[in-house]
Design a protein around this ligand. Structure first.
Ligand SMILES: *[C@@H]1O[C@H](CO)[C@@H](O)[C@H](O)[C@H]1NC(C)=O
Ligand SMILES: *[C@@H]1O[C@H](CO)[C@@H](O)[C@H](O)[C@H]1NC(C)=O
Ligand SMILES: *[C@@H]1O[C@H](CO)[C@@H](O)[C@H](O)[C@H]1NC(C)=O
Ligand SMILES: *[C@@H]1O[C@H](CO)[C@@H](O)[C@H](O)[C@H]1NC(C)=O
Ligand SMILES: *[C@@H]1O[C@H](CO)[C@@H](O)[C@H](O)[C@H]1NC(C)=O
Ligand SMILES: *[C@@H]1O[C@H](CO)[C@@H](O)[C@H](O)[C@H]1NC(C)=O
Ligand SMILES: *[C@@H]1O[C@H](CO)[C@@H](O)[C@H](O)[C@H]1NC(C)=O
Ligand SMILES: *[C@@H]1O[C@H](CO)[C@@H](O)[C@H](O)[C@H]1NC(C)=O
Ligand SMILES: *[C@@H]1O[C@H](CO)[C@@H](O)[C@H](O)[C@H]1NC(C)=O
Length: 613
């Protein structure tokens, strides 16, 4: 016992840290780079069983307990991905990837800090929980008294396979992984210095959609027990049409020769297929056509099957939200070749026709209406934040407008340390000095910053975040968040949708051929201020809306200095990679052995002490 204590004390003094969890002991690493408050990182802790064999395409299961001490000093594999969207592919992938990474500190171990659970983005298809710079997280969050947690979730077809039958495979499989991570946090985060009653979930891009979907769902955590606040950044709330998901799932099965009329057989075959073969099939489909396995569907555990988003917005639980967008989001990324409608961000009855009409008539007409990807971000942001405020929650809304150009990934440098712009201006440094602090303040105190008024839906007020010292511009409150665009979609496009329905009805009545839709052309003055009440529109709307596949911009646009697949470690090699570290360990073991022998001999055989003789 004394010896064990000695060993542990010794380990900690050389950069290791052991914590006891409900499943077993884990040993992470210590970071001394900020003096006075040691930081600890625990990488690759299992929070579910590895999703291998029969557990592929299955609900996540609680992990097994383990004996001894689990090494948590290095990241585990990233979940399998291979997309043309990423030029920084994860170079260490494995299906055995469902691990959680925890960043904490001496201060938190003593004082129980608020927790942020960060879900990475990447269209549910690429990127990972192991790609962010450790140092950034320690400096910006842990040093400020936050325990930061990054869980993995299954990507691509492995997290989205759906045959339309929940008895075979649950819908939105990856969302169950995400929720299971929150259960793990409830169970074990206090062992890492986190307060399980003070949890904020945070995400960017598809990670933002995931977080938003969890936050507004009345099914996932209606009593706010798993988490109390959420931070949603540049989220495009697009849900894929279910029949596309089923068709894509069957197509990927066909490509790996899992062909049968019986879905049970297909599933069995898919479980027996090499994961790299499945990944290859998915990549080939992406290369040949458009986006595959890059979105959630309107289904459990978030909502009922096929439930209208309008209904979801009517019963959002009471929470606090910090929500941000960037000025230009996907503006630079117009529709791709082979334009095709496959998702939904508002409830349209005629999603395909409406969005096709939008594409043919409004695309390129104005800056704001440049493409529907941006529409999905701005309109969703406006309508969900409004729904939360109407439910009695509080929302803080902002838009990053930093020059030279703020688009879908450009704020990542301020909150998670990647995509740092090559030409980093001093204005950007100023923004950088407080951006993550706003998130920290929101997490700790429920308010991002003094003087930032919470959202009033009559004004749709938001913080315009821009630093331009030369022209004396700083962050300031503005009103009417993307009003023109929101009006356009909620009023004009809704009306168009109804017109299409009307026309179809009359075509049916007069016996004309079906499908020949030619609605009265719109006379819309895009600069006319709207006079709608979007809450009312949302609540009264009975129509179902739709939209176009989201394609996030390629990472290269920003020439990120930090290679995403290489977690940034400290300057020098970690202590456990040094030869002398092992020499010391061996020495310690020898001394320990001697001490044990000594103790044993003292007790049992005081006469013979050969080693010391
Ligand atoms: C990813 O896909 C590309 C193109 O099909 C292929 O060349 C590459 O080997 C794949 N990488 C992995 C890790 O499967
Ligand atoms: C389903 O997939 C097949 C094969 O790729 C394709 O030809 C068909 O158009 C798809 N149907 C739908 C509704 O997406
Ligand atoms: C939109 O503008 C781009 C660039 O000016 C042009 O290449 C494209 O053809 C336009 N698309 C439509 C539908 O007008
Ligand atoms: C960086 O700024 C310099 C000077 O303003 C300019 O010449 C250069 O093209 C910029 N580089 C990038 C990658 O934007
Ligand atoms: C965060 O909160 C602290 C303490 O209330 C305050 O001094 C600081 O200005 C806040 N930071 C920002 C960016 O508002
Ligand atoms: C809908 O139809 C009415 C009457 O045909 C027409 O006046 C109106 O402009 C149409 N609205 C849209 C948005 O197309
Ligand atoms: C038009 O008729 C077809 C088949 O007769 C039916 O499926 C469709 O729902 C009808 N559409 C409307 C808008 O009534
Ligand atoms: C659109 O509205 C603006 C401002 O009210 C007005 O100046 C302009 O003439 C209108 N354009 C059309 C085509 O009605
Ligand atoms: C908008 O409509 C909702 C629901 O009818 C109502 O509660 C709210 O007060 C209205 N807001 C404004 C600004 O009229």
């Amino acid at each position: 016992m004394r010896l064990l204590l000695l060993l542990i004390l010794f380990q900690e003094s050389i950069g290791l840290k052991t914590v006891t969890t409900s499943y077993g002991k884990v040993r992470g690493i210590t970071d001394y780079s900020i003096l006075g408050n040691d930081k600890f990182i625990f990488k690759g802790i299992p929070f579910v069983k590895p999703p291998l064999g029969d557990l592929r395409f299955s609900m996540p299961q609680k992990p097994d307990k383990w004996e001894g001490v689990l090494d948590a000093s290095t990241y585990k594999a990233a979940c399998p991905s291979n997309s043309s969207l990423s030029e920084h592919a994860q170079n260490f992938i494995s299906e055995d990837c469902l691990y959680i990474n925890i960043f904490t500190s001496q201060y938190c171990l003593k004082n129980k800090c608020p927790v942020i659970v960060y879900y990475h983005g990447g269209s549910y298809n690429l990127d990972s929980a192991t790609m962010f710079p450790d140092k950034f997280i320690l400096e910006r969050y842990v040093e400020k008294g936050i325990v930061f947690v990054i869980p993995a979730y299954r990507l691509g077809v492995l997290g989205q396979f759906w045959l339309g039958d929940k008895e075979l495979v649950p819908a939105n499989l990856l969302v169950y992984d995400a929720i299971e991570a929150l259960y793990y946090v409830q169970k074990d985060i206090s062992n890492f210095g986190g307060n399980p009653r003070d949890v904020t979930i945070m995400g960017h891009s598809s990670g933002g959609q995931l977080v938003n979907a969890l936050g507004v769902s009345s099914y996932v955590d209606p009593e706010q027990e798993l988490f109390q606040k959420f931070i949603v950044l540049s989220s495009y709330e697009i849900f894929e049409l279910e029949h596309f998901k089923i068709n894509n799932s069957l197509n990927v099965a066909r490509r790996v020769n899992c062909i049968s009329k019986d879905h049970q057989e297909i599933l069995k075959c898919m479980r027996n297929t090499d994961v790299m073969e499945i990944l290859h099939a998915q990549r080939t489909m992406e290369d040949e056509d458009t986006a595959f396995f890059k979105s959630l569907i309107q289904a459990p555990p978030l909502m009922d099957y096929g439930e209208k988003l309008t209904e979801v917005k009517k019963r959002v639980p009471l929470r606090k939200l910090l929500c941000g967008v960037t000025e230009h989001e996907f503006e630079k990324y117009p529709y791709r070749e082979g334009f095709r409608v496959e998702g939904v961000f508002l409830d349209f009855e005629n999603p395909v026709e409406t969005v096709t009409y939008y594409h043919d008539n409004f695309f390129n007409k104005t800056r704001n209406l440049f493409n529907t990807d941006s529409s999905a971000v701005f309109v969703s942001t406006a309508t969900y934040t409004e729904a939360i405020v109407n439910a009695g929650g509080e929302v803080f809304l902002f838009e990053t407008r930093q020059k030279p150009y703020s688009m879908h990934v450009s704020d990542m440098q301020y909150f998670i340390g990647i995509h740092r712009e090559l030409n980093h201006t001093s204005d950007m440094d100023i923004l950088d000095s407080f951006y993550s602090q706003m998130l920290v303040n929101f997490t700790k105190f429920g308010e991002p910053s003094p003087y930032w008024n919470k959202l009033d839906t009559r004004e749709m007020n938001f913080l315009a975040l821009e630093i331009d010292t030369e022209n004396g511009i700083g962050p300031k409150m503005e009103k009417e968040f993307h009003k023109e665009l929101v009006d356009f979609w909620l009023v004009d496009m809704m009306e168009l949708d109804r017109n299409i329905t009307e026309q179809q009805k009359s075509n049916n009545g007069s016996g004309e051929a079906n499908g020949d839709v030619n609605p009265t052309p719109m006379q819309i003055n895009l600069t006319t201020p709207g006079s709608y009440n979007s809450t009312q529109v949302i609540l009264e709307s009975t129509v179902l809306i739709t939209y176009v596949s989201p394609i996030p911009p390629k990472a290269t646009t920003y020439d990120p200095k930090i290679d995403e697949d290489q977690p940034v470690e400290g300057e020098s090699a970690p202590i456990y990679n040094q030869w002398w570290f092992y020499a010391i360990i061996i020495l310690i073991v020898i001394i320990a052995a001697v001490l044990i022998l000594l103790a044993l001999n003292k007790n049992n055989n005081p006469e013979s002490l050969p080693l010391l003789a």
